[in-house]
Write a protein that binds this ligand. Structure first.
Ligand code: HPA
Length: 274
């Protein structure tokens, strides 16, 4: 751990209190409005937190919001950094280390994705069960003393997958399951690349999640991944993704995501008291 996460954690503790944060959610593009139902919410601009992303000023992006939801102390990262911004696959390392220092043990990553399955329509959600990293990039390259040899056999935590599936019942949400393939972006894929991804066993494609999962597993955080389908992949089912289109469709999925996270937090309480 370097100094930035420690400094950021100190600032967060000072402003939001010292009780451990248990769960953290990273909100993807267009998914900023999930935090309005938090109790005792404290919002801290990323600009005040060393190592946190420099994100655009659109919407609610660029804040860490900490509060209580369904009895759980939870932190929402409203906005993330992506590899494609500066070519740095470690760009989310400091925020994730900060969350670990705050006590977070469960990390829910959300992201918009292109769909490679005919029945994964835009507007639906996919629980990520595994990933394919075909970029030749890895955020743990260069980690000293064998610290990079992190197991990814259970990268997407089986217990969290089970709880998320249970949560869909009370939330009334349909959740597909699938494999996420990471493309670096920022350009979208070609139709040939989408065809290849389908042949390799991917169900959705996106430009984030994977380096964050790898970093989080090194920190022993348990990870769940929720992908919001915003479009069909390029050339598949007429897919022709645009940034504006993905933002707009992701925003429409916000309400569903909110319901699902709340139900997910309730399942944990039931499991703990049951
Ligand atoms: N490709 C990559 N990333 C994405 C897409 C896509 O089609 N849609 C949303 N994020």
């Amino acid at each position: 751990m370097n100094d930035a996460p420690t400094a950021a954690a100190d600032i967060i503790n000072e402003r939001a209190g010292f009780d451990p944060v248990e769960v953290a959610v990273v909100l993807g593009t267009g998914l900023g409005n999930v935090t309005d139902s938090l109790e005792d919410a404290v919002a801290i601009p990323y600009a005040d937190l060393p190592g946190f992303p420099e994100v655009g000023v659109s919407g609610h992006d660029g804040r860490l919001v900490i509060g209580k939801q369904e009895g759980t102390r939870i932190a929402y990262m409203q906005g993330r950094s992506h590899y494609y911004e500066k070519g740095d696959s470690r760009c989310m390392a400091a925020p994730l280390e900060t969350l670990a220092l705050l006590g977070v043990h469960t990390l829910i990553l959300t992201a918009s994705v292109g769909s490679l399955k005919a029945d994964f329509y835009p507007g639906t959600m996919v629980l990520i069960t595994d990933h394919i990293n075909f970029n030749g990039l890895n955020p743990l390259i260069g980690v000293a003393n064998d610290g990079g040899f992190v197991s990814l056999t259970d990268a997407y935590d089986q217990r969290l997958i089970k709880r998320m599936k249970r949560a869909t019942i009370s939330a009334g949400v349909t959740l597909h399951e699938g494999v996420y393939m990471w493309y670096s972006g920022p350009s979208f894929e070609t139709p040939a690349e989408i065809k290849m991804a389908r042949m390799l066993g991917a169900d959705v494609v996106g430009m984030s999640v994977v380096p964050e999962v790898i970093l989080a597993r090194r920190l022993a955080l348990r990870v769940a991944g929720l992908a919001m389908v915003t479009n069909f992949g390029a050339g598949f089912q007429g897919g022709n993704p645009t940034h504006a289109g993905t933002r707009e469709t992701a925003a429409q999925a916000t309400i569903v995501l909110k319901r699902l996270i709340r139900s997910f937090l309730k399942t944990k309480e039931e499991a703990w008291t049951g």
